[in-house]
Design a binder for this molecule. Structure first.
Ligand code: V47
Length: 384
C-alpha cells in the first residue's frame, strides 16, 4: 500500500489516486513525475503497477543477436554502429556468414534470433527473404525478430514496392516479429538535429501500424538522454500509447539510455542512474496499455537493470551474445550473459525468473537445457 501522506507532501496525491484507480496519466502528469525529487516515490508507483500486471515474475529470453551489416545510408549522429563503405569498421555478412552464426549456436537452447542492420545501400530485397528462409530451415522452432520499421521503409524504397508488401513478403519468408529500434524520439525537432535522413516519427508509427494490421507484433524503443526535453519523451510515449489503443500490437517497450562514445554528439554527459530509473518508472506509468517494459541490461548495465525491476520493468531481455550497437558506442556492460547468470541476477533481485520467447509466451524446459517447449499459448517449440 502506498503512503498517501508521502504523496500529499510531494504534491502528487492526485496522480497516486489516478494510478490506484487505473486512470490514464496525462503528459502534464508525466512532467510532474519527472520533476519529483523523490525517485523512490515515483518508482513505488511504477512498481505497484508492475506487480499488479506481472506479480513477482521477471522475464528473460535465451536469444542470439545477429547484425548482418553496419553499412548505413542514414548517418544518424547518435549512432556509433553505422558506417559508410570503405570505413575500416564497416562490415557486411554474406548469407552463408549469417547461417554459420546460427549453426555455431545450434547446440544452444535459443528461442529467438534478433537480427538487424543499418540501411544497406545496395543489398537486394531477396537477400533478406533468403536470410529468413535459411534461418528457419536450419532451426524451424526459432522465432525471428528482425528488421526495424526504418529498415522496412528502406527495403521498400530500394525495391520500389509499398511497405505493406515488404512486410507481407518478409512474413511469408519467416519473419515473426519486428524489434523496437529506429523509433528514437518522434519529435521532428530532435530528428532534424540527430537523424534528418532517417524515416520520420510519423513514418515509423505508420509502418508499425501496418505491421500490426498484418498480424506482425512489434516492440518499441525510445532513445533518451541526448538533446530531447522531458516533454518530448512524454510525447513519444503518448504517441506509442495512442498507436497501442488502435492496434494492440505492441508487446514490449524499451527505454534506451544514450551511450555517447564514438558518436557525432559532443558535450552530452551519459545519463545518471536516477534519470534512468525515473525514465523507466514514468514509461511504465504512462504506457498503461503496453504489457511489458524491458530493462535492457546492455545499455543500462546489469546492475542498474536489476534495480530497474523495482522501477516498473518486468523484462531483462536476454543472453544476447555479440552485441554491437551499444558496445560500439561505449556501453560498459558484458557482451553476453548465460541463462544461469540471468536467473541469478533476477532471483537475487527478489523476483522469479521466467524464461519467455519473443511474444512472452513462457518457455518450459523439461529438465533438458536444449529442449524448449512453449507452455502458455500451446505452440510447441521443441528442438528436434
Ligand atoms: O534503434 C543507437 C539505439 C537501437 C545508440 O526490440 C543507441 O527487443 C544508445 O532497438 N546509445 C537498436 N542507443 C537496439 C534496439 C533493441 C535492443 C534490444 C532489444 C530490442 C527489442 C531492440 O539502439 C537503435 C537506436 O535507438 N542506439 N545508437 C547509442 N549511441
Amino acid at each position: 500500500m502506498l503512503d498517501a501522506n508521502l504523496y500529499s507532501e510531494l504534491g502528487l496525491d492526485d496522480i497516486r489516486a489516478r494510478i490506484e484507480t487505473g486512470k490514464r496519466l496525462s503528459i502534464e502528469d508525466g512532467e510532474r513525475l519527472f520533476a519529483c525529487p523523490n525517485v523512490l516515490a515515483v518508482g513505488a508507483l511504477a512498481h505497484q503497477v508492475r506487480r499488479g500486471m506481472h506479480g513477482d515474475a521477471a522475464y528473460y529470453v535465451v536469444n542470439q543477436h545477429i547484425n548482418y551489416s553496419n553499412l548505413c545510408v542514414n548517418g544518424c549522429r547518435f549512432c556509433a554502429f553505422g558506417r559508410k563503405k570503405g570505413d575500416p569498421l564497416a562490415f557486411e555478412l554474406s548469407l552463408e556468414d549469417i547461417l554459420n552464426k546460427v549453426r555455431a549456436r545450434s547446440d544452444d537452447p535459443i528461442t529467438e534470433v534478433h537480427m538487424v542492420g543499418g540501411c544497406h545501400p545496395t543489398l537486394p530485397f531477396g537477400f533478406y527473404e533468403e536470410a529468413l528462409r535459411g534461418i528457419k530451415a536450419l532451426r524451424p522452432e526459432l522465432r525471428i525478430k528482425a528488421f526495424t520499421a526504418v529498415e522496412i521503409a528502406h527495403f521498400a524504397t530500394l525495391e520500389g514496392i509499398p511497405t505493406r508488401q515488404v512486410l507481407e513478403r518478409l512474413k511469408d519468408a519467416g519473419l515473426d516479429m519486428l524489434p523496437g529500434g529506429g523509433a528514437e524520439v518522434f519529435s521532428p525537432r530532435i530528428r532534424s538535429l540527430l537523424c534528418p535522413e532517417k524515416l520520420s516519427g510519423e513514418g515509423w508509427l505508420d509502418i508499425v501500424r501496418e505491421a500490426h494490421e498484418l498480424g506482425i507484433r512489434t516492440n518499441a524503443t525510445m532513445l533518451y538522454g541526448h538533446m530531447e526535453t522531458e516533454r518530448e519523451r512524454l510525447e513519444h510515449l503518448d504517441g506509442l500509447r495512442r498507436l497501442q489503443d488502435e492496434t494492440g500490437g505492441l508487446v514490449c517497450f524499451i527505454p534506451l539510455p544514450f551511450q555517447p562514445a564514438n558518436t557525432g554528439i559532443r558535450d552530452v554527459r551519459p545519463t545518471t542512474g536516477v534519470e534512468d530509473l525515473k525514465t523507466m518508472a514514468v514509461s511504465r506509468l504512462m504506457l498503461d496499455n503496453v504489457p511489458h517494459i524491458k530493462a535492457y541490461w546492455v545499455m543500462l548495465t546489469v546492475k542498474l537493470a536489476q534495480v530497474a525491476l523495482y522501477f516498473g520493468a518486468d523484462d531483462f531481455d536476454g543472453t544476447v551474445v555479440e552485441e554491437k550497437i551499444g558496445h560500439m558506442a561505449g556501453a560498459e556492460s558484458e557482451q553476453a550473459l548465460t541463462r544461469s547468470e540471468l536467473e541469478r541476477v533476477i532471483r537475487e533481485g527478489g523476483f522469479r525468473p521466467v524464461e519467455r520467447d519473443c511474444f512472452f509466451d513462457e518457455v518450459g524446459r523439461g529438465g533438458n537445457d536444449k529442449t524448449a517447449v512453449l507452455t502458455t499459448k500451446g505452440t510447441k517449440s521443441a528442438k528436434e
